[in-house]
Write a protein that binds this ligand. Structure first.
Ligand SMILES: *[C@@H]1O[C@H](CO)[C@@H](O)[C@H](O)[C@H]1NC(C)=O
Ligand SMILES: *[C@@H]1O[C@H](CO)[C@@H](O)[C@H](O)[C@H]1NC(C)=O
Ligand SMILES: *[C@@H]1O[C@H](CO)[C@@H](O)[C@H](O)[C@H]1NC(C)=O
Ligand SMILES: *[C@@H]1O[C@H](CO)[C@@H](O)[C@H](O)[C@H]1NC(C)=O
Length: 413
């Protein structure tokens, strides 16, 4: 009996103390100071560990707003052994990285992949009115150069990898050292109402990068940075990118695919309701000579270009250095539709389709395109826009300006 009582009380002890059902965990209750100077990383770790161990089906980690600013070192949240099936981060405060690259922990020697990394979640909700500021300025500075071990690899701001059912809503992202947000090896990712900002001259600060991921939607989001607003890399499929305001930046890019002869694939990408203002490109597909794989089944629809340099571009001769040779293999490009694209182009060639000699672009379709010269720049000087075609097969309707003579007119479009 005594033995039984012992086990009973032990069991109750475990039930009450060892198996806590928290619904909310506030970082301030775990030692976070929020003065923008004190390192709050340990407090965030402790709050996350407690939330992760909660026996509630859903738990929320609170990062309160007000005038609080939380300084965080590079952090890694691993959801693999978390018990709640839904983990919320309610972020209303300001979260800031160390401003001196040399003060970033874990960024020397090895590699510093990301400032904030989330891995192995299934049911992750990161939301709120808060801001993540990656303090990229000192990383962008030319004095933070490749030959400095810390500067050699600039971290991505926010990485979500090997996760499913991820929701990212309402937050602000600023001044990342490199790309702002990356999704890798993830499925069912829902992004909406984000604001992502970095100066136009900041290098490689893409807004959102997607790779090895599928069923990703990005909706109602503002992105203005120094590189692609959205860049889509190898292994991405079933993407819905809608209601995006993009600029400054390099536009929405598929690729670059097929570097070093690699086989890379992207398919089922729909881009709708996008405005490009003062961007280098509008919608771009870029591949390297010598690659394999494909970029296919894409739709670019309801797009406005306010003076993008190159509103529509396929470039199968992509090269970011001077020594690229033309080769016989190429990433295959097919079934790409451009529909209802209007506005202005800074360059005279508003539509550039430079496809590989060995593998033509197939089934390129254009309907209702109207790209006039912008009020400044080259196209304005010529008072007209034009198109360029190399090795393209496809169709267009009669409402395409500039005319794209390599596409045959299909009266059924
Ligand atoms: C595009 O914008 C129009 C007008 O604002 C809206 O009615 C439509 O639902 C949007 N399409 C998508 C796919 O969000
Ligand atoms: C062409 O691409 C569109 C857009 O993704 C897709 O809906 C359609 O099914 C594709 N057509 C074929 C024949 O694969
Ligand atoms: C490769 O081919 C393209 C298209 O014919 C041409 O414009 C370009 O100059 C060539 N590049 C090299 C390095 O030969
Ligand atoms: C520019 O082109 C427009 C439309 O074709 C034409 O109406 C206008 O007169 C042209 N302006 C000049 C300065 O050539």
């Amino acid at each position: 009996m005594a033995k039984f009582m012992f086990f009973l009380s032990f069991f109750l002890f475990v039930l009450v103390l060892g198996d806590p059902a928290y619904d909310f965990v506030n970082v301030l209750d775990h030692g976070a100071i929020g003065d923008g100077l004190t390192d709050d990383s340990l407090a965030f770790d402790a709050a996350f560990t407690m939330a992760c161990d909660s026996s509630s089906p859903s738990v929320t980690i609170l990062v309160p707003g007000g005038s609080k600013s939380f300084l965080l070192q590079p952090m890694h949240f691993n959801g693999k052994h978390c018990r709640p099936s839904m983990i919320f981060f309610q972020i209303d405060g300001y979260i800031v990285a160390p401003s001196d690259p040399n003060a970033w922990h874990r960024c020397d020697g090895e590699k510093c992949h990301a400032w904030l990394e989330f891995q192995h979640f299934d049911g992750l909700y990161i939301q709120g009115s808060g801001t993540f500021n990656g303090q990229g300025r000192n990383w962008w500075n030319p004095s933070c150069h490749q030959d400095n071990i810390v500067c050699a690899k600039k971290p991505t701001g926010f990485v979500i990898s090997h996760s499913n059912n991820v929701h990212l809503t309402g937050l602000n992202f600023e001044d990342s050292p490199q790309m702002h947000i990356a999704f890798e090896h993830s499925t069912r990712v829902y992004v909406s109402q984000l604001t992502i900002r970095a100066p136009a001259e900041s290098p490689n600060t893409d807004g959102i990068h997607i790779q090895q991921s599928s069923y990703v939607s990005i909706d109602h989001t503002f992105i203005g940075t120094g590189d692609d607003c959205v860049s889509i890399g190898d292994g991405s499929s079933h993407l819905e990118i809608t209601n995006i305001v993009c600029g400054p930046g390099h536009g929405i890019s598929i690729g670059s695919l097929g570097k070093h002869g690699d086989k890379e694939t992207v398919e089922y990408v729909n881009v709708r309701n996008v405005t490009f203002t003062g961007t280098q490109n509008g919608v771009r597909i870029k591949t390297w000579q010598g690659g394999k794989g494909y970029a296919k089944n894409m739709m670019f629809e309801n797009i406005v270009s306010n003076g993008a340099k190159y509103p529509i571009i396929i470039d199968q001769y992509y090269c970011d250095h001077t020594h690229c040779k033309n080769q016989t293999s190429a990433v295959h490009i097919s079934n790409i539709t451009y529909k209802n694209i209007e506005g202005t182009s800074e360059k005279q060639i508003a539509v550039k389709l430079a496809c590989s000699i060995s593998t033509p672009c197939k089934n390129i379709i254009m309907e209702n395109i109207d790209l006039k010269p912008a009020s400044h720049g080259e196209a304005n000087k010529f008072n007209e826009t034009s198109s360029y075609c190399l090795n393209v097969r496809g169709r267009s309707n009669r409402h395409v300006y500039p005319k794209v003579p390599c596409l045959y007119i299909d009266n059924n479009l």
